[in-house]
Design a protein around this ligand. Structure first.
Ligand code: PGA
Length: 252
């Protein structure tokens, strides 16, 4: 059976001490009351990684980064490599978040390079895809997502692809309070699973974890996660509040 995952994407929030406190309280909660249905992943900013890895080392919460460099090492001022991320103890990295695509012009070609670096370093990749509102309104949202996956992922070998988690995040739902309806999420998740089946076969498609992201909160998580092709969530704003994040994990 495929894994369910709930990952918290802290984005550029929390100073070091605030981040440590949040990680500690989430870790303590799940140490006492392990989540049996979903793997829990925290994705803080880079500077938190090593310290949060230390906090999470006795517990069952996993750690991820929000981005990584497209090159392995060298003269790339300001960049953080996948190997560096892995060396902190992190197991995951988010690649292709819409904020990276939009504000830092990361295209599918760059995202494929990042994904290859991450996999080489031994990380699992949470690869984000999703359409903007104009694309949905003009009915090309399936084509947009298909292209993101084909160009960003589908040249990977089947073995590499088995370490990918896909997050469908309609850009119009991220941080806006608007959420895809459960049936809109299900429709796109099913579409994604079918694309993967065509490319990698039915086994890979059935094993693939597909997360929903975009204004997911305790009040709507349960009905979205109830859809058959939704295997958990990538949570932004609500992952900064311990109670909300825990409630979302428990909604799985
Ligand atoms: P949100 O963000 O939950 O704040 O909408 C989700 C994301 O960007 O991963």
């Amino acid at each position: 059976m495929r894994k369910k995952i709930v990952a918290g994407n802290w984005k550029m929030n929390m100073d070091l001490n605030e981040g440590y406190r949040l990680a500690e309280s989430i870790n303590n909660y799940f140490r006492q009351k392990p989540s049996t249905k979903a793997e829990v992943v925290l994705c803080p900013p880079f500077i938190h990684l090593a310290g949060v890895a230390d906090i999470l080392k006795d517990g069952n919460v996993f750690l991820g980064a929000q981005n990584c460099a497209s090159e392995p090492s060298g003269a790339y001022t300001g960049e953080v490599s996948a190997v560096m991320i892995r060396s902190t103890g992190a197991q995951f990295v988010i690649i292709g978040h819409s904020e990276r695509r939009t504000y830092y012009n990361e295209d599918n070609k760059t995202l494929l390079k990042k994904t290859i670096q991450a996999l080489k370093a031994g990380l699992k990749v949470i690869f984000c895809c999703g359409e903007v509102i104009q694309e949905r309104e003009s009915g090309i949202h399936f084509d947009v997502v298909k292209r993101q996956l084909e160009e960003g992922l589908f040249s990977l070998s089947a073995e590499d692809f088995s370490r990918i988690v896909i997050a469908y995040e309609p850009v119009w739902a991220i941080g806006t309070g608007l959420t895809a309806t459960p049936s809109q999420a299900q429709e796109m998740h099913k579409f994604i699973r079918d694309l993967v089946e065509n490319k990698y076969g039915i086994g890979a498609a059935q094993d693939l974890t597909i997360l929903y992201g975009g204004s997911c909160k305790p009040s709507n998580a349960r009905e979205i996660f109830a859809e058959v092709d939704v295997d958990g969530g990538l949570i932004g704003g609500a992952s900064l509040k311990k109670e909300d994040f825990i409630a979302i994990v428990e909604a799985v």
